[in-house]
Design a protein around this ligand. Structure first.
Ligand code: BTN
Length: 254
């Protein structure tokens, strides 16, 4: 981490060859008292996890599978917005490599309709105090189309495919941690307003007609118009405005 020059995030970086999941490893460290800003990164994950208990493909040598521990002063109900903050940090890092990010609400970064980056935020809180937030970020860096298992080929892509050449994983991780460090300092001082504003700049979901699928099976359609102060997506439907929170639903373009 020499030369990282961050205030907090990445002051301590723990690197592994192979782990089950960097989120699981970091949650254990968090429970054992690890400090705000601790980072766990692994070359590969055996059981990388995505949202809704889905598996996350994390092969060796080709991606950034990283988790970041925060011990924020904000309230537990603000924690889901860490996902938006992480997406903006990835977008800022991509810009340093000449790549323009397209964020699909709330947490996927897409290219050509396929997923480049996934984010899984987990939290532990007691009463109205956050004990810890673990932000897990999976970035497909140097993955060729044929490296993906068959079933992912039509839905996943990589920074290498987007840029047309391989990128340095270390250099990208450094930019990501710098961007996150700056955003987190800002959030701790002034709240999430500027994160939400930055998120809107990269959002591709806004203005789109989307179909919302709730786990209970309810489905509806409408135009995604904005996100509110809580990071919820606002959808204008025939029957008025609906508000959906991350984690509750999956959305897809109509
Ligand atoms: C999603 O797209 O549903 C979220 C994917 C999150 C993957 C990252 S990889 C690093 C961290 N460890 C995990 O097990 N998951 C996250």
């Amino acid at each position: 981490t020499r030369g990282l020059a961050t205030r907090l995030i990445g002051q301590k970086v723990i690197c592994y060859d192979a782990v089950n999941s960097t989120n699981l490893v970091l949650k254990d460290l968090a429970r054992a008292g690890a400090e705000d800003g601790t980072v766990v990164v692994a070359d590969s994950q055996g059981t990388g996890r995505g949202r809704m208990e889905r598996a996350f493909f994390s092969p060796p040598g080709k991606g950034i599978w990283v988790s970041i521990l925060l011990r924020p002063t904000f309230l537990p109900q603000d924690a889901p917005k860490c996902t938006l903050m992480a997406a903006v940090a990835v977008a800022r890092a991509m810009e340093k490599f000449g790549l323009r990010a397209a964020i699909k609400w709330p947490n996927d970064i897409m290219h050509d309709g396929r997923k480049l980056v996934g984010i899984l935020t987990e939290m532990s809180a007691e009463m109205d105090r956050v004990n810890y937030v673990v932000i897990g970020i999976g970035i497909n860096v140097n993955i060729a189309p044929e490296d993906f298992p068959e079933e992912l080929r039509s839905v996943a892509t990589s920074l290498m495919q987007m840029k047309g050449e391989p990128l340095s994983r270390v250099a990208f991780l450094q930019e990501l941690l710098r961007a996150l460090d700056a955003l987190y300092a800002d959030v701790q001082r002034d709240g999430f307003a500027s994160v939400l504003a930055a998120w809107r700049e990269y959002a591709v979901t806004l203005g789109q007609t989307v179909r919302v699928i709730a786990p209970a099976g309810e489905e509806f359609e409408g135009v995604a118009s904005d996100i509110d102060a809580e990071g919820a997506l606002l959808i204008d439907t025939e029957h008025g405005q609906r508000r959906v929170l991350a984690g509750d639903v999956s959305i897809r373009p109509k």
